[in-house]
Structures are given as C-alpha cells and as structure tokens.
Design a protein around this ligand. Sequence first.
Ligand code: N1C
Length: 250
Amino acid sequence: IVIVIIAVVLGLTLRQNKSEFESTFLSRCEKFNQYDCKKLWGVFQQAYVDKDPCKVLVEAYNPLIAAAPFKPQCNKTMFWSKTKDVVHGFTDKRKDCFVTLEDTLLGSVLDGLTWCGKEGSKDTFTSGCPGWSECENNPVRSFWICASAAFADVACGDVTAMLNGSINTPFNPTSIFASVEVPRFNASRVKKLNVVMVIQKNNISNCNHSSLKNLTQALDTGITYSCKDVSESRIQECGAKPEIACGACW
Ligand code: N1C
C-alpha cells in the first residue's frame, strides 16, 4: 500500500500540470468546435517555446495561421486602431454586421493574453515577458503582426476601420493598422475602405485630420476611400438596436 501511495504521489508530481494559460487557450478554442485544439496548442507553442523571448520572428507563427486559416468575409471585415473597447462593445452585439480579428479562432483565443518562452525550458510563461515595445521580436507582438497581416490578406469587398477621434494621430504609422494591415489591402480584392471616426465629447480629431491624408496615400490604387465622423453614442445605439440595419448604423 505504501509503495502504491508513493507511486501515485510521484506520478502526480511528475506529470506536468496543465498551466492556466494552456487551459485558457484550450477552453477558448473549444468554443469554436471543428478544430483540433490540442494540435493547435502544440503548433502555437512551437513558435516561442525554448526561445529567447526577444527573438521570436513574425514568421514563427506562419504554421499556426496555416493550421487555422482566416476565412474571407467580404463586406464584413472590421479593422480598428485605438478603439478596441468601442469596436467590441458594438461587434459583440452585432455579429450580423462585422467580424473583427478577435472574432476568429486565433484572435479570440489569444486576445488579452501575454506569453513567452525561455531558452532551455519547454514551458510557457505569463509573467516576466517582454513588453509590447521592449524588444521588437517579442512573442505577443510577433503574433499580432502575423495574424493581422493574414487577416488583412483575406479582406474583401468593402472593409471598415474604426479610428479614434480623441487622440492626436488617429492614423498612426506605428500602429498595426497603419504598418501591417493597410499596406496589405489589395485592390483586386478590396473595393473600398470606410473609415468610421469615433467621436467622443472631447474629441480633438475628425475625418479632416492630416494623418488621414497618409492613409489615402497608402491605399492601393483602385481602392476607394470614405471617412465619416460618428459619435460614440450612435455606435452604441446601433449595438443596442438589432432592428437598425447594418448599413444604416452610420
Ligand atoms: O496597433 P493597432 O491598434 O492599430 O492594431 C489594431 C489592428 C486591428 O485592426 C486588428 O485587426 O490590428 C489587429 N490587432 C488585433 O486584432 C488585436 N487584438 C488585440 C492588433 N492588436 C491586437 N490586440 C492587442 O491590441 C495587441 O496586443 C496590442 O497590444 C494592441 C494593439 O492595438 P492598437 O494599438 O489599439
């Protein structure tokens, strides 16, 4: 009996407990069905485990994107920059209107999470990881760049982007939207970019802001551009009233 108890205790301690991070990954993933989440977890880990957390290249996530590719959702793709809460406050209620990267399997699984590896270890860490701009090739930033690029690659028809009218530079060249997504919009797929400038009470920018000139210049020839100043309350109203047609929100 003593030997059995010792064996069981030893077995339990040696068996690596599933980390909280892995559990989050798997439970979020399982909501989507149709994917082998354990396999995706394995592919995901390959990108960063046992690596210096400042040496994870964007390409390291290519196998993960290939294992759970983004499906084109013409006329429904929603991009954003510095408007995450407003966007999701709206899209979470109006899935009939728009799809964001966070509504896809990979985007929803990793949204809000921090992770990294360490050389000589096969574990995933959630603290002590480099910050967003601490070093360029960190695991979290490289993931969002890789995923955003792939998401922008499949955008088609009319695409929408919500920008923030309460900041100095609504179209900021260092943002993922400006540096990764816009340059990927391809005129053979994307017909038009509709910018929704989110206007709050203390807005300092609007559709006339000079940074938007850079946006129009960065667009592939053949893609039409429009910008509309829309109050945050109007966006919320549209989120709350499913009877308002998507096309009539703004
Ligand atoms: O740098 P940003 O905005 O312009 O990036 C937003 C842009 C969106 O259009 C998304 O498609 O890039 C994509 N994207 C995400 O979907 C995403 N989800 C969570 C980029 N970043 C994302 N995050 C986290 O938000 C990420 O970890 C980083 O910290 C921010 C970037 O958001 P931003 O600067 O407001």
